[in-house]
Design a protein around this ligand. Structure first.
Ligand code: ATP
Ligand code: MG
Length: 392
């Protein structure tokens, strides 16, 4: 029996004149992601994308796994394709959906007839297929309101497709259609989730990580790379900048009031990140901050941090609770890595009593003790670049 994967598009269909560009971008992504998994034909017709294996050795389970991580796809289902003949459709429904029908107590059939030349109307198709299922599965009954399984029949140009309930896709819009932004990534729980959320809104990501060797270790860096790799399964290859932050942190420790050190550090992160972002033609920065979570995430601290960011700072988690963030981290499989106990540059120099309501005046006064420009420039001169790819 010939099998295909049908993909349903989400918001992408609402994009008016940009719709074609969105669809093209999505088709390109799908082709690229599943190409290493075999030879497939990927095409679109009437807001449905068809992924059709071209050879017997194509592994549809693998293709499905890749498809589940492509933004822009709201739902997908494996379907069998048969000739446009009522008897063939009936037989296929009974055979192809045997597992689902055996497990169900009640079912219904939903039919769509896109090919108007097919001699049966949709309700007739549903009636005929439903009747045949009842004959073959005596334990099962029809319930159109609360079915355990819905048998879907779509009669289209190329043939009849039969499938059951679709699985939810990753949602969002295709990566690359929402501009480019730089994610400040730590090894924590929050920033990988923030990265994933913005990628889901179509944003192409560049990553920036601040490391402070020897206070932070190679293993801490390795953890960040593994986290980004998980994110890259959704958004494709990510260029990662590693900033050597040691000197800045030591100078803050030695020359600034301890209670302000975290916010001063974060202001430096913004300055360096803005420069990298501009070189990369990014139009925004992204962080994993959530209001009130720690001292540097009070409204006053955020105000002071943003005062030296010359680009918009996106904080997709700002209004979320930790438990909600953890749930997403578990879903995208970053959680277990995030909780590995490695130090971050933020945690190495944590003040005992951080000021929760800093003011710009206080900070600018404290920063007079430092050669801000020179320190930032030094970071820019010693950047390290890596490419993070889910395939490696
Ligand atoms: P996370 O779980 O993402 O580490 P957090 O709740 O621990 O967040 P902080 O450590 O205060 O909060 O960091 C807030 C945000 O600042 C992070 O979400 C991240 O975007 C950025 N950030 C923190 N440390 C680093 C780092 N070493 N390199 C790059 N960005 C960082
Ligand atoms: Mg952190």
């Amino acid at each position: 029996m010939n099998e295909v994967i049908l993909l349903k598009l989400g918001e992408i269909v609402l994009k008016g004149q940009n719709r074609r560009a969105f669809e093209e971008s999505l088709l390109k992504t799908i082709r690229r992601r599943i190409a290493p998994k075999g030879e497939y034909k990927v095409s679109i017709s009437q807001s449905t994308i068809y992924v059709e294996p071209q050879r017997d050795d194509c592994d549809l389970d693998e293709a499905e796994e890749k498809i589940s991580k492509i933004f822009g796809v709201v739902a997908y289902s494996r379907a069998c394709i048969v000739e446009k003949d009522l008897e063939a459709i009936q037989k296929a429904a009974v055979e192809y959906l045997a597992d689902e029908l055996n497990a169900a107590r009640v079912f219904k059939v939903e039919s769509k007839r896109a090919d108007k030349k097919f001699p049966y109307k949709s309700p007739e198709i549903s009636g005929e297929v439903g009747g045949y299922i009842l004959e073959n599965y005596p334990h099962i009954a029809v319930d159109v309101h609360k079915p355990d399984v819905t048998v879907r029949v779509e009669v289209r140009e190329k043939g009849a497709y039969i499938h059951s309930d679709p699985k939810p896709g990753a949602g969002g819009i295709p990566v690359g259609t929402g501009g480019k932004a730089a994610i400040l990534i730590s090894g924590g729980i929050d920033s990988p989730v923030a990265a994933w959320m913005m990628a889901r809104r179509g944003v192409e990501l560049t990553a920036i990580h601040f490391a402070s060797p020897p206070y932070t270790s190679e293993r801490a860096l390795d953890k960040v790379e593994r986290l980004l790799k998980k994110v890259s399964e959704y958004c494709g290859r990510i260029k990662m900048y590693i900033v050597n932050f040691t000197e800045i942190q030591e100078q803050i420790r030695d020359f600034c009031p301890e209670e302000l050190s975290t916010v001063i550090m974060r202001r430096f992160m913004m300055r360096v990140s803005e420069k990298i972002a501009r070189e990369e033609e990014c139009h925004a920065l992204i962080t994993g901050e959530s209001l009130g979570q720690v001292a540097s995430q009070t409204m006053q601290a955020i105000e002071c941090t943003d005062a030296c960011a010359g680009l918009p700072v996106f904080r997709p988690l700002i209004g979320t609770d930790k438990s909600e963030i953890v749930k997403i981290a578990q879903n995208i499989d970053t959680f277990e890595t995030s909780i590995e106990p490695f130090e971050d540059c933020c945690t190495v120099f944590t003040p005992r009593h951080p000021r929760t309501k800093p003011t710009l005046n206080l900070l600018m006064g404290a920063e007079k003790n430092l050669d801000v420009e020179a320190l930032v420039q030094k970071c820019m001169d010693t950047l390290e670049v890596k490419y993070i790819d889910y395939r490696k």
